[in-house]
Design a protein around this ligand. Structure first.
Ligand SMILES: *Cc1c(COP(=O)(O)O)cnc(C)c1O
Length: 382
């Protein structure tokens, strides 16, 4: 039996329409989109440009501002390291990078790598709702800041950050605003101009697209200048050398197109399912912001007196996550849950449920029934 998938913040299933859109580009239309001397190449190049246009439209960008990468991890590395290294190479006077404690590991590790290269770094705290304290950001901002990196929506607790405020503050001090929007894209409205975003990362597999493809949005006016990570043939406006994987890029384009059709309707449906699920699990408490201020479909619940790892082992018919992460083979409480003030014990009793496009209300009924049984069983055994 296939378990019921409730882990849409880890990855989403590929939409069947996305699979259909990709197939011809794996089979007969296999041309290299950079080999434009013949029909194989020009057909692939044209389809990649169509995809770029759909992605640009989803976030209010210009087509020329969309750079294909292998995913949000690469996009985050490219944005953060690229901005810092460009500034240093041009002998600029700025030396500081600012981020937030609840960011994705790839952002925090990129910032840490820059600290080792001699940049000054600030990691700002968050409140119990996971929102960055903009007062603290205001105090940290100055004319020595190269870049501020704050995510749009958190992958564990669904916190939505005040992007427009952060963008305006960052622009006012002449720094670049980078936003990791891997979770937010396709789930909440995103507009690079409304939030004065200079650099923005997206991931294919978080928006019902394929794995192994992502995007970095790079603003043209005023231009966000970054150094590339890779040396090579200079593809993607010299920012990302390497052959663009046309089938994956075309799949992400289709995913962006689907995300743009009736987004409010989908968000409302998913939000209602999340509320039904939460209300169906008495004796649990919500970690992070209230549902109405949260990424639709994300639930993170502390289940008092229950070890989350044990609970998961009791319900193999449901696929979801714990509030812990396996870092270098040891199970540690989630640093995001710790950052919002949970004790290690509370984090160890927390689970994350991610509802998505293909979750039905019957699925939620089934999940409520099975989770309650398993929770009661764990509590009796404790
Ligand atoms: C999934 C995710 C990433 C990493 O994306 P990949 O495409 O898997 O590299 C980065 N940031 C956030 C917020 C994510 O949810």
């Amino acid at each position: 039996m296939t378990p019921l998938y409730l882990d849409c913040n880890a990855t989403t299933p590929v939409d069947p329409a996305v699979v259909d859109a990709m197939m011809p580009w794996f089979r007969e239309q296999f041309g290299n989109p950079h080999s434009v001397n013949h029909a194989f190449g020009t057909a692939a190049a044209a389809a990649v440009e169509d995809a770029r246009r759909s992605i640009a439209r989803l976030v209010g960008a210009d087509t020329r501002e969309i750079i294909f990468t292998s995913g949000a991890t690469e996009s985050n590395n490219l944005a953060i390291k690229g901005a810092a290294r460009f500034e240093r190479r041009m002998r600029g006077s700025r030396n500081r990078i600012i981020t937030v404690a609840s960011e994705h590991k790839c952002v925090l590790e990129s910032v840490k790598a820059l600290a080792a290269e001699g940049f000054t770094t600030d990691v700002l705290p968050v409140g119990s709702d996971g929102v960055v304290e903009t007062e603290r950001l205001a105090r940290a901002l100055g004319d020595d800041v190269i870049l501020v990196s704050v995510m749009a929506a958190n992958n564990e607790i669904g916190t939505l950050q005040p992007l427009a405020d952060i963008g305006a503050m960052t622009r006012a001090c002449g720094a670049l605003f980078h936003c990791d929007a891997a979770q937010a894209a396709g789930r909440v409205p995103l507009d690079v101009n409304a939030a004065t975003i200079d650099l923005m990362s997206l991931s294919g597999h978080k928006v019902y697209g394929p794995k192994g493809i992502g995007v970095l949005y790079v603003r043209r006016r005023p231009r966000a200048r970054i150094d590339p990570l890779f040396s090579g043939g200079g593809q993607e406006r010299t920012l990302r050398s390497g052959t663009v994987p046309a089938p994956l890029a075309i799949g992400l384009g289709k995913a962006a197109e689907l995300a743009a059709t009736r987004p409010e309707e989908e968000a409302a449906r998913i939000g209602t399912l999340a509320r039904t699920l939460m209300d169906g699990l008495p004796g649990t408490s919500l970690n992070g912001p209230p549902l109405e201020n949260r990424l639709p479909g994300n639930l993170n619940l502390a289940i008092g007196g229950v070890d989350a790892g044990h609970l998961i082992s009791q319900v193999p018919e449901l696929a979801f996550s714990t509030g812990s992460a396996c870092t270098s083979a040891v199970v540690e409480p989630s640093y995001v849950l710790r950052a919002i003030g949970l004790t290690p014990e509370q984090a160890a009793s927390s689970i994350r449920l991610g509802i998505g496009r293909f979750t039905t209300s019957d699925d939620i009924t089934f999940a409520i029934e099975r989770l309650n049984q398993a929770i009661n069983q764990c509590r009796r055994q404790a």
